[in-house]
Design a binder for this molecule. Sequence first.
Ligand SMILES: [Mn+2]
Length: 233
Amino acid sequence: MARAGRRGKTHAAPVGQPSPFARLLFAVARAFRYDARMSRTASLHRTTSETDISLSLDLDGSGRSQIATGIGFLDHMLTAFARHSLIDLTVRAAGDLHVDFHHTTEDVGIVLGRAINEAVGGKRGIRRFGHAVVPMDEALVEAAVDFSGRPFLAWSVAFRQPKIGEMDTELFEEFFRAFAFNALINLHIVMKAGTNAHHVAEACYKATARAVRAAVELDPRVGDAVPSTKGAL
Ligand SMILES: [Mn+2]
């Protein structure tokens, strides 16, 4: 009797259309960006005889960071990278700093690159390319990036000083090469001007951050497509 009484008051939607409830769920999912590609995060741990690195990131963050590499200047650079890419970034590194800063700097670049490559996934909907020209006082650095899957670093940066504090300035090229080759990106960094090594290095990280931010951003006009005529990147 009760069942019969509910007949005719069905809330079923017309065949082939989602019900109002389903439509509401889809709207909520879109609002919170709960689809497969939107969990753009990665968490990696890499251990070698030279370094032990834990890193996690969220491409769709707000630039928050917790960085502890044991190298003060590298912490400063990675904090700037997170801030200006809007990537949430946590890095813990324990490296053989008694040797020098080389292994730790390079290996952090490796793990950061791998994590970004993992987080960006199949690259559906991303802008793919990004570029930025960032000044810092007298320094001016341009970065251009292509999430092409074809790793390359073009490094046209000349430091006048061999060191920033205890850090060798030659290590920045090592960092960005490791980063580019493990993120599988084409990265060009060109110093347009600059005399102060701290300013030049910082402008390199900030310009790369802004370029990466633009490249990994989701472009609503791209939709679910992979932005390549090959259909894959
Ligand atoms: Mn600074």
